[in-house]
Design a protein around this ligand. Structure first.
Ligand code: FES
Length: 158
């Protein structure tokens, strides 16, 4: 069964693939577009991408499971990713993870029942100078503390 990819997204994907000398090289941006469309990369999505790129589905699975920004499970509307790497940990990331977890009633790796929030811990976001750092979907947030988290979550929960 093929995933429900809109014709407009499929067109975007094909345009994207045409920019690469080998269509297989477009795997990451193609997977990003599929995830944006479906909310995650399903097994059907993996097979669809593999067919499109002319590669074995195992290759697609390898990429999907390697990159933490790609998910094999449906994500909430807001995907909160808190860095738990060294610099952020030294700057208090663990207590922020616990705080968000308690506030939303979900543990890292879980999605709230209303499908609004998914919380995950991730490796270095490349923003160590603003530790502790987090991302919500594609937006970066740095120098995080509980007060900032309260403000952001309040905005998102409207
Ligand atoms: S260690 Fe957290 S952004 Fe680098």
């Amino acid at each position: 069964m093929s995933p429900e990819i809109k014709a407009s997204t499929e067109k975007k994907i094909k345009e994207l693939m045409s920019r690469y000398p080998k269509k297989q090289a477009a795997i990451l941006p193609v997977l990003h577009l599929v995830q944006r469309e479906l909310g995650y990369i399903s097994e059907d999505g993996e097979k669809w991408v593999a067919d499109l790129l002319g590669i074995n589905p195992v290759k697609v699975r390898e990429v999907v499971t390697f990159y933490s920004m790609l998910s094999r499970k449906p994500l909430g509307k807001y995907h909160i990713q808190i860095c738990s790497n060294l610099t952020c940990s030294l700057m208090g990331a663990e207590s922020l993870i616990d705080y968000v977890s308690e506030k939303l009633g979900i543990k890292p790796g879980e999605t709230s029942e209303d499908g609004k929030f998914t919380l995950t811990t991730v490796e270095c976001l490349g923003a160590c100078d603003q530790a502790p750092s987090m991302m919500i979907n594609t937006d970066y947030y740095g120098n995080m503390d509980k007060k900032k988290i309260d403000k952001i979550l309040k905005e998102l929960d409207k």
